[in-house]
Design a protein around this ligand. Structure first.
Ligand SMILES: [Zn+2]
Ligand SMILES: [Zn+2]
Length: 694
């Protein structure tokens, strides 16, 4: 600990200086002297990597001042992990420049689960990564201190004369600090260099950086690893130099690193892109394009089960089923405001009757059409197609609308991020007074739907506009309209009793939204359904209804997608169930496997009886041996495997084999059929076993 006590002034009079230490559940007043640092307060605790002083993250070596509010930043909390990960990026960069002295430094920010650092150098090979990790381990062992040093622009430019990208960042300082990741190295304030100092005082390496960092490299322990490399462009712009991006992961401990690796393995096993091919559910083809899925018959079964379910539920919940085209004149989207507010998400215009020159450039004519990115504008036109009375409200339109969004090929991913998106999209038109109840109704509907598909661990996210941030121009409508809509959604989210996370700036341009985040079987969260309050489109489309007093009023419109998108929801279901779907969703519910070909016909009869009850059943009468057929059924994750051999035939029975390997033998056929039919009808989301019966 530092010398506690009054601070002596030049004149020798004593002024009491003190700080407030913020503890997890208390505030503590403590005297300090002129040199007290975060390390004096928390340095003995190796789980503390930095301090938060008056809300700002600082190095532990930061000197505290009278009146400061100081809190410890733990290694395992998000800010602590980011500091640890970024410090690990320094260690990786030091190792790279020892291996490749002419490698030029880009930037090295922390990212989810780890960090990267960019270099201009020849591509790094897997063998290079092994060498680099060894050298990083040495640097960690040396416990090199991270020492902060304030420098002038000129001083920094001279010191870093051989680092062209750092020089560029110095020039950018204060102008364009949000260049991809650049805010890690230079903020708007003073420039700082961090020296990595060995115990003998020698500077091992240095980097232009804002910090903070862990006190010394020993804090990294053995909870880190290099993971991969990729190509990247300087400042994310493909007109700039191509760099090599080195990725790593870093955690508070070796155990946390091991747990992270296990999560990755578990996620890889569940990867819906891999399972989609193995289970023959869907594919993508170059001739169609990225992000545009083709559903195969087995994927089609799941898709249809989802569609049948959600269509029936919408009808039960009072929605009218409508249909609209995939393209419309561009003017429609100007009316709705999607142009220009959502222009980035839309495909470029298609031109009808355009006259083009030999280069394909339009020289005259041409009515511009757009692939729709939203269904709402067309639903608005259905609303406006005739007069509406207050007695008609709420009026609810629903359809499976396939919309098209121009996602960049880099972000398209399997079914979870596609460019053709089939939304189970609805729009409720109601009076302002009816809006809260309609939103409650939609939230109940959505939560029951997620539960029916086995996603019952959910939280809500409340997305509002960015009132003063840099995106504030992306939202339309008045202050009061936003405040009122946000208040209603916030109140209803609160009433639900579910956890609510705020998402400022995440709203659609036309109004705030509640989105429902579901946690899957391995703890990952996915954004699924949305409920959005819209006061803008009714105004833009001049929608109205006749009130009970005969006046014309404007309805409120509530957008809602329950699955969100059929594609994404299916992708999430595949990963949640790791391909072992609930029986009611399984493409093949029963596979019948004869012990020998002599029993093919016997099982074909049993299958016909199941099929008569609507069960999806196959008989494997192929040439494979019995054992191979059983293994195939397991790979296909079929919930019910029916087996018949000589004894079964004599007894008029079959045997069940389940996903968990358990068996029920000699079940009379009537009983077996009844059990399967009851299980499927029960829409249970667990897997049948010898014990678990309908
Ligand atoms: Zn740094
Ligand atoms: Zn909509």
């Amino acid at each position: 600990m530092g010398q506690n006590g009054p601070v002596s002034t030049a004149k020798g009079t004593a002024l009491p200086a003190s700080i407030t230490v913020l503890l997890p559940d208390a505030r503590e007043q403590r005297p300090i002297d002129a040199t007290t640092t975060g390390a004096d307060l928390f340095g003995d605790d190796r789980s503390v990597v930095a301090v938060r002083v008056n809300g700002e993250l600082r190095d532990l070596s930061h000197e505290l001042a009278d009146g400061d509010e100081v809190a410890a930043v733990g290694i395992a909390e998000p800010d602590g992990l980011a500091i640890l990960r970024h410090s690990c990026a320094h260690v990786a960069a030091q190792a790279v420049q020892r291996l490749r002295p002419d490698a030029k430094l880009g930037i090295g920010p922390p990212i989810t689960d780890g960090f990267y650092y960019d270099f201009r150098t020849e591509p790094l090979t897997p063998d290079d990564l092994v060498v680099l990790e060894k050298d990083m381990a040495r640097i960690v062992k040396e416990r090199q201190r991270f020492v902060r040093r304030v420098v002038t622009d000129e001083g920094a430019s001279a010191e870093l004369a051989s680092e062209p990208y750092k020089l560029e960042l110095i020039r950018l300082k204060g102008h364009n600090a949000d260049a991809e990741g650049a805010s890690v190295e230079v903020g708007a304030g003073e420039l700082t260099v961090y020296d990595n100092v060995r115990r003998d005082g020698a500077v091992a390496w240095k980097d232009l950086c804002r910090g903070p960092h862990v006190p010394h490299t020993g804090y990294l322990g053995n909870g880190w690893a290099l993971t991969r490399t990729s190509a990247a462009y300087w400042r994310g712009d493909q007109r700039n130099d191509q760099l090599q991006r080195l990725y790593g992961t870093a955690w508070a401990s070796k155990d946390d690193l091991a747990a992270h690796k296990r999560r990755l393995e578990e996620a890889a096993k569940r990867d819906h892109r891999r399972l989609g091919a193995e289970l023959d559910l869907f594919s993508f083809h170059d001739l169609v394009g990225s992000g545009l899925p083709l559903f195969h018959p087995k994927g089609g079964v799941i898709k249809r089960a989802m569609e049948d379910y959600v269509r029936a539920r919408h009808v039960e919940e009072g929605f009218d089923y409508v249909g609209t085209p995939h393209i419309a004149k561009e003017d429609l989207f100007y009316t709705s405001g999607h142009l220009p507010y959502y222009a980035d998400g839309m495909f470029p215009p298609l031109l009808e009757d355009a006259v083009r020159d030999e280069h394909g450039v339009v020289v005259s004519g041409g009515q511009a059409y757009r692939l729709k990115a939203m269904n709402c504008p067309m639903h608005n036109l259905i609303y406006a197609s005739r007069g509406r009375s207050y007695r008609d409200l709420p009026l609810r339109f629903f359809e499976f609308g396939t919309v098209y969004r121009d996602e960049k090929s880099g972000v398209v991913q399997g079914l979870t991020r596609v460019r053709s998106i089939t939304q189970d999209d609805s729009h409720s038109y109601c009076t302002k007074e009816q809006a809260p109840d309609e939103i409650r109704h939609l939230l109940r509907f959505v939560l029951s739907l997620l539960r029916d598909f086995g996603l019952d661990d959910v939280a809500l996210e409340l997305s509002t506009r960015d009132a003063d941030g840099k995106k504030k121009d992306k939202f339309i409508g008045s202050e009061e309209q936003w405040a009122e809509a946000t208040e209603i959604l916030s109140q209803i989210a609160g009433e639900s009793g579910l956890p609510v996370v705020d998402d400022p700036g995440g709203a659609a341009y036309y109004g705030p939204k509640i989105s429902i985040q579901a946690r899957d079987a391995i703890g990952r969260t996915w954004q699924m359904s949305t409920i959005q309050y819209d006061f803008n489109q009714p105004e833009r489309f001049r929608l109205e209804y006749t009130a009970s007093d005969g006046t014309h009023r404007q309805p409120v419109m509530i957008h809602s997608a329950k699955f969100g998108s059929i594609e994404r929801f299916m992708g999430v279901l595949i990963e949640h169930y790791a391909g072992a779907f609930p029986a009611w969703l399984s493409p093949v519910q029963v596979i019948a496997i004869p012990v020998a070909p002599a029993f093919d016909d016997y099982l074909a009869d049993v299958a016909a009886r199941l099929r008569a009850h609507g069960v999806r059943v196959e008989v494997d009468a192929g040439d494979d041996r019995f054992g191979k057929k059983i293994r195939n059924a397991a790979t296909q994750k079929v919930p019910f495997v029916l087996i018949a051999g000589g004894e079964d035939v004599e007894a008029g029975a079959v045997s069940f084999r389940f996903r968990d390997g358990s068996q029920r033998n000699a079940v009379p056929i009537d009983q077996a059929v009844a059990d399967v039919v009851a299980w499927v009808a029960g829409r249970r989301n667990d897997s049948p076993t010898a014990e678990a019966r309908a």
